[in-house]
Ligand binder design. Structure first.
Ligand code: WQD
Length: 339
């Protein structure tokens, strides 16, 4: 099997992907600057798998240091998670987002070229379909963005496609996540956003443990089943397995590809809140608030291409997502910091 470098590897998706990589016989190496994560996750991964992955504290912008890591650890493929990902924050700090996300990707690609590493998996996002997409979203839909975060993802994809045209030895997998939620069923690892959560599920989780008073539901006048926004929520363990299928597909010598990673099944805010209340046994207080700028009514995937190319099928249900999110949150009210 192979040594795989995970940039941003101690983050939410990276840590769950590391678990599935280890269980698949690969050796993940987690490189991170800990700007939105902690190296403590390595001990938790060891509790789950029996293997403590190597963690390297490093910023992806240091290209020379990246070359050294790629060579020293005989890396066969890079999974590039490292990126800032808060839509609202990106509007306030565009320079930070373009520097970290776009320049970070340029640095990773330059280091890979110097070190002779030819396989990259990019953590992309359904946000590249912009506000004009008509669901279910297919991979050939036009790309656009209405905020700097989304723009960085569109640019990161374009940069990789252009480099792969010039350098025929580069093979890429672009993975467009829909809405990752949940946690490893063990409750050992999960999502712990810093500050006030931007996303629905971490916020709901924090209401359930009493950290937040109530949820603001951003609009209930959308053309959906109950008027609240609908999204394609995917269990983080399904998402992690999608990454391993993708990297294995590349390592087997297949061509570059871009796929959605989603269930194809839209769920509204209130349906998710109800599912969480059933899974946790905790009432979730909420108020109806005005729509959030930039939100659209409905975003969900056409998941067929990942099924055809990778044999990828999501296995976890909304109830599983809520159950596992609750187990993580209730056992780790302070995230990875000791209670
Ligand atoms: C989901 C639904 C909100 C919070 C974003 C990024 C995407 C990806 C996932 C990084 C919407 C509603 C939310 C709240 C609410 N991020 N909501 N009250 O906006 O679909 O996607 O996060 O990769 O790129 O765009 O996710 O969880 O913020 O919102 O009512 O307090 O929940 O209106 O309908 P979103 P979200």
């Amino acid at each position: 099997m192979a040594n795989i470098l995970l940039t941003g590897g101690t983050g939410y998706i990276g840590a769950h992907t590391a678990v599935v990589l280890i269980e698949s016989g690969h050796t993940p190496i987690l490189l991170d600057n800990f700007s939105n994560s902690t190296p403590k996750v390595a001990e938790r991964i060891q509790v789950i798998t029996g293997v403590k992955p190597m963690v390297i504290e490093q910023d992806v912008l240091d290209t020379a240091a990246l070359v050294d890591v790629l060579n020293t650890h005989d890396i066969q493929a890079v999974i590039h998670f490292a990126a800032h990902k808060a839509v609202g924050e990106s509007v306030e700090k565009p320079l930070s987002y373009y520097q970290n996300n776009v320049m970070g990707t340029l640095s990773v690609l330059a280091a890979m070229a110097q070190a002779g590493v030819h396989h990259i998996v990019l953590s992309s996002s359904a946000t590249v379909y912009g506000e004009n997409g008509v669901p279910p979203m297919s991979e050939d839909a036009p790309l656009s963005a209405t905020n700097p975060y989304g723009q960085t993802k569109v640019m990161m994809e374009q940069i990789i496609r252009d480099v792969a045209v010039a350098d025929k030895t580069l093979r890429y997998a672009m993975l467009r996540y829909f809405n990752p939620v949940g946690a490893h069923p063990s409750g050992q690892i999960g999502e712990h956003p810093r500050g006030i959560p931007n996303n629905l599920m971490p916020y709901v989780q924090q209401v359930a443990i009493g950290l937040r008073e109530k949820l603001s539901v951003f609009g209930n006048d959308y053309p959906t089943a109950d008027g609240t926004g609908e999204r394609d929520y995917i269990h983080v363990m399904d998402l992690a397995r999608g990454h391993v299928l993708a990297v294995n597909h590349l390592l087997a010598g297949n061509d570059s590809f871009t796929v959605n990673l989603g269930t194809g099944k839209p769920v509204t805010v209130l349906q998710m809140v109800q599912a969480f209340e059933q899974a946790s046994g905790k009432p979730i207080a909420y108020t109806i608030a005005p729509r959030r700028a930039g939100d659209v009514a409905s975003v969900y995937a056409n998941p067929q291409l990942a099924r055809q190319l990778l044999g990828f099928e999501t296995e976890y249900t909304i109830s599983d997502m809520c159950r596992d999110a609750w187990v993580w949150q209730s056992r780790n009210p302070n995230g990875y910091d000791e209670a």
